[in-house]
Design a protein around this ligand. Structure first.
Ligand code: NAG
Ligand code: NAG
Ligand code: NAG
Ligand code: NAG
Ligand code: NAG
Ligand code: NAG
Ligand code: CA
Ligand code: CA
Length: 602
């Protein structure tokens, strides 16, 4: 989605400016604080875990209709266990007409029949609990579907519902008598944020598609309704929420035009979200008030049994502003806001770019907070596209060794790639709304194709004749079955990374980054605070296209020899086998090769 991608990339560019080229090899930049005894207290589940994002339409279809469902997820719970992930986040499965594939909800307390029933949900929730896996629900407070009964009642100005949505009179009427929208606000998925309603004879606001009318958060009754819905799921036993699109919750009540193209971009299009500076519709301070109230509700449940209900928020704003979402000690808000910085990677990025993308969060985050990281989601190009297909292991290594909660989007562990989707097969409104000439730039379909389980028809995802999106053509080679059987595979690298994460001790230590070999090699050292065998790990990733020999022997904390823990698939040097000892003064790295070394902490 351009809005998200645009914001994130624009921001990344601003902080890359003026960075020095190569740091001297003996001085590491500590990017998180020095360890102290307090840091050795056990981490909470939401800090320890990998959060695995299930995009339910594309995970597993149980009934052959071509779309994934809850029974499908149930049949694959063992896969989460095999991976070693201890929490899953499921993209919306609520009742929905699917104008935005579930992000348009017509009943906040029900499951869509396409995905199953509330009983299926209970079954999934219990099975996950039996397997020690936490369940996090995607929650979408900003808008409902236009088919939600509240909206119809609001259209008809029925009682309390009259002000549940954001209604405005037209600015006037044009020569043909057509109503003119109240201002120039442009929606995330292109075109006006305002849609005329014939019955009410007013415009309603929609920050996303017109089938997603924005709820009116100026109305306290709306807060109560939404909080009641979150309570419903907490009572159903969910372990937390991943709260969607929070910067869009409030709008400035003066309803003034937003500045068009203040950056002077000659290609700015009037109907595109990215062409405006959204000063009146994005990230208003009241957002924090609402989220703090939601957090208070979660904390009531936490207090009742001591099991933390976790709140993660999704907000595509610059990292400086994201820090506000942590709240304060007096008024906690999110356990963490999603760290989208690594979405700024491109196949052209160098090690210095990567270092900056990794470091920025720790430069901004208040010490007492906890970081997180992700390399992809259902809204962006897949990590294998952003980093280059051969660098997917490096991407997973950075993601999993990062000092914070790691989030994996389904398929990253296999190295799944974007699939080109024809205009005829395009279903994402972000693509459909801009037409056949521009859809490839905006459609999110390429990263949403069905998951690859094995090499049978439809990769074992579905027995349907036609799946909701076509599968990637490479599924016969890139799938769980094949990668499990192979001597080396992205999946095996990923599983090893999870195992290293579970070897707790270094998680408390520092994270330092370094650029080596004239900007070709990225290094990340995670030094454990106490002396343990293999307590520290060092990641070395050759981000360039030339072979390198890396000397890290003079880096503080790195001993002369280390154990090879993990290598990327296709690692070029035959001698550096897993488990072997190698000299840290000459680590061989072929193009796009990466390696994880372990050694005792000092
Ligand atoms: C929403 O779903 C719940 C089931 O949890 C049901 O009881 C309720 O009637 C539904 N609401 C509407 C407006 O359909
Ligand atoms: C919408 O509301 C009107 C007026 O209350 C009612 O007559 C109509 O049946 C409702 N439509 C739906 C689809 O609920
Ligand atoms: C609002 O957007 C329109 C283009 O749709 C532009 O012509 C106008 O200048 C914008 N208003 C402001 C205040 O920038
Ligand atoms: C799937 O993989 C198995 C095991 O490698 C192989 O025997 C079989 O021929 C493959 N089937 C297809 C359809 O490629
Ligand atoms: C797939 O659909 C086509 C067209 O409806 C039909 O002719 C064909 O028999 C179907 N194939 C299977 C395997 O169901
Ligand atoms: C990353 C993410 O969850 N993006 C979602 C933000 O919200 C819009 C509207 O609800 C969705 O379309 C995106 O998928
Ligand atoms: Ca299905
Ligand atoms: Ca809103």
């Amino acid at each position: 989605m351009k809005g998200l991608i645009g914001n994130v990339v624009a921001f990344c560019l601003t902080f890359l400016v003026g960075c020095s080229l190569t740091a001297p090899s003996s001085s590491l930049d500590p990017t998180s604080g020095t360890p102290n005894q307090a840091e050795l207290e056990p981490l909470e589940w939401w800090q320890q875990t990998v959060v695995y994002q299930v995009y339910p339409r594309s995970f597993q279809d149980s009934d052959g209709d071509g779309t994934g469902d809850i029974q499908g997820i149930i049949s694959r719970v063992n896969y989460f266990v095999e991976l070693g992930v201890e929490a899953i986040w499921i993209s919306p499965i609520y009742q929905s007409p699917m104008a935005d594939f579930g992000y348009d909800i017509s009943n906040f307390t029900n499951i869509d029949p396409l995905f199953g029933t509330l009983d299926d949900f209970k079954q999934l929730s219990e099975l996950l609990r039996e397997n020690g896996i936490k369940l996090i629900m995607d929650f979408v407070p900003n808008h409902s579907s236009d088919l939600h009964p509240w909206f119809n009642a609001s259209v008809h100005r029925e009682g309390k519902y009259a002000d549940y949505y954001v209604w405005k009179d037209p600015k006037g009427f044009d020569a043909e008598g057509k109503p003119i929208p109240p201002n120039n606000w442009t929606s995330v998925f292109a075109g006006s944020m305002w849609e005329w309603n014939e019955v009410r004879e007013q415009f309603y606001l929609h920050q996303f598609v017109k089938e997603q009318p924005d709820l009116n958060y100026e109305n306290r009754q709306v807060w109560n309704e939404i909080l009641a819905a979150t309570k419903f799921w907490l009572d159903m036993g969910v372990d937390g929420f991943r709260v969607d699109a929070v910067p869009h919750i409030f709008e400035d009540q003066r309803f003034l035009d937003e500045p068009f193209n203040p950056w002077g971009n000659p290609d700015a299009q009037e109907d595109e979200y990215g062409s405006y500076d959204h000063i009146y519709t994005n990230n208003l301070p009241q957002v924090l008030d609402f989220l703090a109230e939601m957090r208070m509700l979660l904390d009531v449940y936490t207090a009742s049994d001591g099991i933390i209900r976790c709140m993660m928020v999704e907000s595509a704003v610059p990292s400086e502003s994201l820090m506000d979402y942590y709240g304060t000690e007096q008024r906690p808000i999110a356990h963490f806001p999603f760290n989208f910085n690594l979405l700024g990677m491109t196949p052209e990025s160098g090690a210095e770019d990567l270092k900056n993308l990794v470091d920025v969060w720790f430069q901004l985050m208040p010490e007492r907070n906890w970081a997180d990281v992700l390399i992809g989601n259902h809204d962006n190009r897949r990590a294998s596209t952003k980093w280059g297909v051969e660098a997917i292991d490096a991407a997973n290594m950075v993601n999993m060794l990062f000092k914070g909660t790691s989030v994996t989007y389904q398929g990253e562990e296999l190295g799944m790639e974007d699939r080109w989707i024809s205009w005829e097969d395009t279903v994402d409104p972000a693509g459909c709304n801009v037409g056949p000439d521009r859809y490839e730039q905006f459609s999110r379909d390429p990263a949403r194709t069905p998951f690859h389980w094995d090499n049978s028809t439809n990769a074992g995802f579905s027995t349907a004749n036609k799946t909701w999106l076509p599968l990637h053509q490479n599924y016969p080679e890139k799938n769980v079955m094949t990668e499990n059987a192979a001597e080396e595979s992205h999946l095996k690298v990923y599983k090893e990374l999870v195992k290293i994460r579970q070897r707790n001790v270094w998680k408390y230590g520092t994270q330092s980054t370094l650029v080596l070999n004239d900007g070709a090699v990225f290094a990340m050292l995670r030094a454990a605070p106490i002396s343990v065998d293999q307590g520290s790990v060092l990641l070395l990733a050759n981000i360039g296209d030339e072979s390198q020999v890396v000397d890290v022997s003079s880096v503080a904390g790195v001993p002369p020899t280390a154990t090879v823990l993990i290598r990327s698939v296709g690692f070029q040097d035959g001698d550096t086998t897993i488990g072997s000892q190698i000299g840290t003064n000459a680590v061989p790295l072929g193009p796009r090769n990466s390696i994880v070394l372990g050694f005792p902490s000092t």
